[in-house]
Design a protein around this ligand. Structure first.
Ligand code: APR
Length: 235
């Protein structure tokens, strides 16, 4: 066993008090994706799109990691000879707060904004305003949250592709398997010969691709699995 990929979705952060996207009280039930998470929406109404993320930012920044995030750190610390990469669709920073290493935010991060004129990325802990001036190109009104919208390419795809080709174990935690390309990673990992595990509250859209599906709260199910894996691989 050399390479493990852990793919996470909003379900891993649910027990830290953050809303998932498609559950009963999910983010996409109160907001249409088309209004707040597409390139077209941002072009049409940047004030509205920015205000959505300005509301979300402090909530995400104040959240604390749970045992799901923390047991990834334990895995990485106890299995130093194995490459354990964390590929997350989440824009919160709970993997960082839990001390995880090798984190790839393929859908961006809530604490950054990007200038759509010059590509400059800026750390942003406060609100992003639509008339702000980019410190690099001095053009105003072009800053958007550094979050991948529908219609944009996810980040780190080359790196993730390479990881998937060499993957021995693929673990998905808290994701519905609806949004591509992340939903297709399990298939690529399987082609590479990886063992595949899903830790989710409910069966997901691509459950049939997983060798094992462990249903329940990730903060309870994943730490147990991590403990067993450490024992198994430390023999
Ligand atoms: N433990 C484990 N799984 C959980 C928990 C929990 N405590 N709570 C919820 N889940 C599971 C749900 O069963 C569901 O399958 O997490 C999943 C969340 O699914 P979605 O709401 O679809 O979120 P996600 O898969 O992260 O969405 C992917 O969609 O709109 C986009 O860009 C957004 O990154 C996001 C992407």
């Amino acid at each position: 066993m050399k390479n493990i990929i852990i793919l996470t979705g909003s379900g891993i952060s649910a027990e830290s008090g953050l809303k998932t996207f498609r559950s009963e009280d999910g983010l996409w039930l109160n907001h249409r994706v088309e209004d707040v998470c597409t390139v077209e929406a941002f072009e049409k109404n940047p004030v509205y799109v920015n205000s959505f993320y300005n509301e979300l930012r402090p909530i995400m920044m104040q959240a604390s990691p749970n045992m799901g995030h923390q047991s990834i750190t334990t895995l990485q610390e106890k299995l130093p000879d194995i490459n354990i990469n964390v590929v997350t669709q989440n824009v919160d920073l709970l993997h960082e707060k839990a001390g995880n290493k090798n984190i790839y935010h393929i859908h961006g991060r809530i604490d950054e904004c990007v200038c759509t004129n010059c590509g400059h990325v800026i750390k942003t802990l406060g609100d992003v305003e639509s008339d702000e001036i980019c410190p690099q190109c001095q053009v105003s009104g072009m800053l958007k949250p550094n979050i991948v919208f529908f219609g944009e390419m996810p980040k780190y795809m080359n790196e993730v592709d390479k990881m998937l080709l060499n993957c021995d174990m693929f673990i998905a935690i808290g994701t519905s398997g609806i949004v591509y390309p992340a939903a297709g990673f399990v298939r690529m990992a399987k082609y590479a010969g990886a063992k595949t595990y899903l830790f989710n509250l409910d069966p997901c859209n691509n459950s049939n691709m997983f060798d094992q599906e462990i249903l329940g709260k990730a903060s309870q199910t994943f730490p147990k699995f991590a403990e067993h894996l450490i024992a198994e691989l430390s023999k």
